[in-house]
Design a protein around this ligand. Structure first.
Ligand SMILES: [Zn+2]
Length: 258
């Protein structure tokens, strides 16, 4: 059977084949121990698909705060020791695979996922853009406003420092101060117009906890579209909020069928 894992910044969710989706806190998980325990307990695991909230390249996790063994080649390790194949993918890429399955005719699809961070992905002619270091689409790290603290990427002026769940501390968009909301919307509009001009997508999908809890962000962007550049040329944009909460897992399942 296959084991599917969505390893997010907050929650670690997993399921076996089409079974129930279990959820535990990410900070309580040590990935290698978890996988070894499951492989020994569930004797017939053949493949493990992992959607990971961080940078992944050639089957290796490049940055991961909750994994003790850094730069471990998980694929090699589990194949050599257990004969189990491990397939790792960045989480937004997994979501993009699922979302694209709903809009197979999309020429250019753009995704914004706003949760703990601000991620994006672009699917061009059915292919998720990766880039030479697998960091294409890291929209949250475009320079925007300078802050007195640093971002995980090393800069101190990333969009994500203004546009993500982090800016609300433990609260929500609605309880945030007017200044925080204003800067959030300004940053979101900046990201949106940047993407419209760079990619001219025909389908735009929004997702992530912050969007799901504030569906008015969709209306905000629909209004922004009306005042976009070249508005007399632009045709209708199909823009919507993702229809499910576990697009990452569903993306992995699609990947497993390829
Ligand atoms: Zn950054």
């Amino acid at each position: 059977m296959n084991l599917y894992i969505d390893y997010g910044g907050t929650n670690f969710r997993y399921s076996f084949d089409e079974g129930e989706l279990f959820s535990i806190k990410s900070d309580s998980v040590e990935l290698v121990d978890f996988l070894e325990t499951e492989i020994e307990f569930q004797k017939d695991i053949r493949k493990i698909f992992i959607s990971f909230a961080g940078q992944v390249k050639d089957g290796k996790i490049l940055s991961a705060p909750n994994i003790k063994i850094k730069n471990l080649d998980l694929g090699q390790y589990f194949y050599d020791n257990y004969g189990v194949e491990v397939i790792l993918k960045n989480d937004i890429s997994c979501a993009a695979i699922y979302e694209h399955s709903r809009y197979k005719d999309a020429e250019i699809m753009a995704l914004f996922y706003i949760g703990t961070g601000f991620g994006s992905a672009f699917v061009v002619d059915g292919k998720v853009l990766g880039g030479k270091d697998s960091i294409a689409g890291e929209i949250g790290h475009i320079p925007f406003k300078k802050k007195s603290f640093s971002c995980g990427c090393g800069r101190d002026d990333c969009l994500e420092l203004s546009v993500s769940g982090k800016v609300f501390k433990d609260g929500t968009f609605n309880d945030a101060s007017e200044n925080v909301k204003k800067e959030f919307l300004e940053g979101l509009a900046f990201a949106f117009h940047t993407v419209l001009n760079l990619f001219d997508p025909d389908v735009f999908v929004l997702g992530g906890g912050v969007v799901k809890n504030n569906p008015s962000l969709l209306d905000f962007l629909k209004e922004e579209y009306k005042s976009s550049s070249f508005k007399t040329i632009r045709s209708e944009l199909k823009i919507s909020i993702s229809d499910i909460d576990d697009a990452n897992i569903e993306g992995l399942k699609i990947l497993s069928k390829d």
